[in-house]
Design a protein around this ligand. Structure first.
Ligand SMILES: O=C(O)c1ccccc1NCC(=O)[C@H](O)[C@H](O)COP(=O)(O)O
Length: 268
């Protein structure tokens, strides 16, 4: 049976075919090689569970989603990213998938030019081309969804990500996917509490999965933050960083919201 993830990836592949026809691999590779070196997202995210600065926040530019539909217009993603940076975000996540999330590579480039912190290209990465494209548009970090890749792809894409000077956030949903991420030698491992089959969010799932995360990986809790309480819970459960989308884009004062989220993690 086809899942939401399968259907998103089908659309991603179709859109990718058009972009590849417009800008061939050798051209995007050359543009990636000319881009400014990637910022160190690993350094920006590590230490959140142990040092006095508290949990790091990855703040997302998210207009729309398959689970909730329209969330926020975000006419100026660069301005939103700057508001996040002022609030103390460690990394900005930019959804670049167009059909379901209404994101774009133009959003990624605009955010990259507007902030001094690392930027994540949040997309469904299934072809080598997309990694060069991510670098060409200024990404420092890319998302690898274990459920969307086989073991060979996971290893090859991680190696390519590192060759291009970027880091990868390797996203798992289950114990088995965490094991696959660890076997591929992922250094930044996320647990997304949104079930990609049902789209249900269960924040308690992070606690169940956290004990399977290796001690030496940077640990990310993804999705489901609806206020400071959930950030504090994720921090208590040993997350180094928390990825937040909807709660920030729907808040009229994202800088203040972010400050509250960061402060909450210090109460653990
Ligand atoms: O958000 C969705 O509905 C969704 C559906 C299918 C695949 C991915 C999806 N979201 C991507 C994300 O992982 C979230 O944008 C991110 O973790 C932030 O989540 P939230 O804070 O709950 O908006």
């Amino acid at each position: 049976m086809s899942t939401v993830l399968d259907s998103i990836i089908e659309g991603v592949r179709e859109d990718l075919t058009s972009r590849m026809a417009e800008t061939p691999l050798r051209e995007i590779t050359a543009r990636a090689a000319e881009a400014s070196p990637a910022l160190d997202a690993y350094a920006a995210l590590q230490g959140g569970r142990s040092d006095s600065a508290g949990v790091r926040i990855i703040s997302e530019v998210k207009r729309s989603s398959p689970s909730k539909g329209a969330l926020a217009e975000i006419p100026d993603p660069a301005e939103l990213a700057q508001a996040y940076e002022r609030g103390g975000a460690s990394v900005i996540s930019v959804l670049t998938e167009g059909r379901r999330f209404r994101g774009s590579l133009a959003d990624l480039a605009a955010v990259r030019a507007a902030v001094d912190i690392p930027v994540l290209r949040k997309d469904f990465m299934v072809e080598e081309y997309q990694f060069h494209e991510a670098r060409a548009y200024g990404a420092d970090l890319v998302l690898l969804i274990v459920a969307a890749l086989d073991d060979a792809q996971l290893r090859d894409f991680l190696a390519l990500t590192h060759e291009l000077g970027m880091n990868a956030l390797v996203e798992a949903h289950t114990e088995e996917e965490i094991e696959r991420a660890v076997a591929a030698e992922a250094k930044i491992v996320g647990v997304n509490v949104r079930n990609l089959k049902t789209l249900d969010v269960d924040v308690a799932h992070y606690e169940a999965m956290a004990r399977h995360l290796p001690a030496d990986a940077v640990r990310i809790a993804e999705s489901g933050v609806d206020g400071p309480g959930v950030v504090a819970d994720y921090a208590r459960q040993g997350a180094d960083a928390v990825l937040v989308g909807e709660a920030l884009v729907k808040d009229g004062e994202p800088t203040e919201a972010l400050r509250r989220f960061r402060a909450a993690s210090l109460t653990r």
